[in-house]
Design a protein around this ligand. Structure first.
Ligand code: PLP
Length: 362
């Protein structure tokens, strides 16, 4: 049987090597006689797993010592509320860059906390196919923080730069391009993301937050939603998502073996270039609506010129073991997510199929 390639946007493909490791130690972790799923989160085995996962993430990403790393639950969607609860700190407004689906949802949730949400720039005018240039942003120097979504998973729009926030804490929803390229963490007040796109299984949410921003929650903040309490308890105020932390830890080690973020970025550039080139040289058979400078390396949305062929495309792709290519229900068309764990040969198999399909149906 030829290999299966899974282009799901999330939960998404994991490195095969990591899945094999998990399989190998599923029943007995390192001779302990226990599965990681069965371990107390306060036992010495799991404490070691969690500590190593944090250490490896810090090493891979180069996280400075004055940042806390939290392993939480609730997904990025819970962070849409948790970030304002912790970071409003008496300010009257929050700045948002509106680049589409996820940035809009983050903003909607923040509005519940009695502050004004201010859109510094929006790409809605052209159907969210670009990132507005920074020199036109209308920022508020008094804002509690500036929030942006570094990669819009549905729209396939990715920031090619880290915004300048001039002293205002910069907050980023990095869910779908977390660890896909080197990132200067010191530019940020806070970074968050669900693990299920580029890091590990669903159920784990990673938050990286600068220490000086902790400890000023809005009144009524639940204990579990207080970053400071989570940081003081090493993310173990209650039972953490133990199995997901363990798998993410193995992914961080896999990333180190891949040569780290620079090497991973190079492969991501190569994969994305191949797929976009196939779309752009199809004589209009395929089309990607995103402007070239802002095209995502992780999520590649594209449409067939003839929508009536969509179903055949999905069916024939599946027959060639190319899975989960259907676009989001709100956008239609196709979307190929090509996260870190998607090998180049997977993208090659996809582009070969796309060319064959265009030849037969064009
Ligand atoms: C998937 C995604 C979310 C939502 O994540 P959940 O973990 O399902 O809450 C938020 N933001 C971005 C950019 C995403 O890709």
């Amino acid at each position: 049987m030829s290999p299966v390639f899974n282009f799901s946007a999330g939960p998404a493909v994991l490195p095969r090597e990591v899945l094999l490791e998990v399989q190998g130690e599923l029943l007995s972790w390192h001779g302990s006689g226990m599965s990681v799923m069965e371990m107390s989160h306060r036992g010495k085995e799991f404490m070691q797993i969690a500590a190593e996962a944090e250490e490896d993430l810090r090493a891979v990403m180069g996280i400075p010592a004055n940042y806390k790393v939290l392993f939480l639950q609730g997904g990025a969607t819970t962070q849409f509320a948790m970030v304002p609860m912790n970071l409003i700190r008496g300010h009257a407004s929050i700045d948002f860059v509106d680049t589409g689906h996820w940035s809009k949802l983050a903003m909607k949730e923040a509005r519940k906390f009695g502050v004004s949400t201010h859109v510094v720039a929006s790409a809605e005018d052209r159907g969210y196919c670009y990132v507005p240039a920074q020199d036109g942003w209308q920022r508020d120097p008094q804002a509690a923080y500036l929030h942006y979504t570094s990669n819009e998973t549905l729209g396939g729009v990715e920031f090619p730069f880290i915004p300048d926030s001039d002293g205002v804490p910069l907050v980023c929803d990095m869910s779908s391009n977390f660890l896909s390229r080197p990132t200067d963490v010191s530019r940020f007040g806070l970074i968050y993301g669900g693990a299920q796109k580029n890091i590990g299984p669903a159920g784990l949410t990673i938050v990286i937050v600068r220490e000086d921003l902790l400890g000023q929650t809005v009144s009524g903040t639940p204990t579990m939603f207080d970053y400071k309490i989570q940081a003081e308890g090493d993310s173990m105020y209650n039972t953490p998502p133990t199995f997901a932390i363990y798998v993410a830890g193995l992914v961080f080690k896999w990333m180190q073996r891949q040569g780290g973020l620079k090497a991973i970025e190079q492969r991501n550039i190569e994969k994305a270039a191949l797929l976009y080139e196939t779309i752009d040289t199809s004589n209009g058979f395929y089309h990607c609506p995103v402007e070239k400078a802002y095209r995502s390396r992780m999520n590649v949305p594209f449409k067939l010129a003839e929508e009536r062929l969509d179903e055949d495309f999905i069916k024939e792709a599946r027959a060639r073991n190319l899975l989960q290519l259907k676009g989001h229900r709100s956008t239609g068309g196709m979307r190929a997510s090509i996260y870190n764990a998607m090998p180049l040969e997977g993208v090659k198999a996809l582009t070969a199929f796309m060319q064959d399909f265009a030849r037969h149906h064009g």
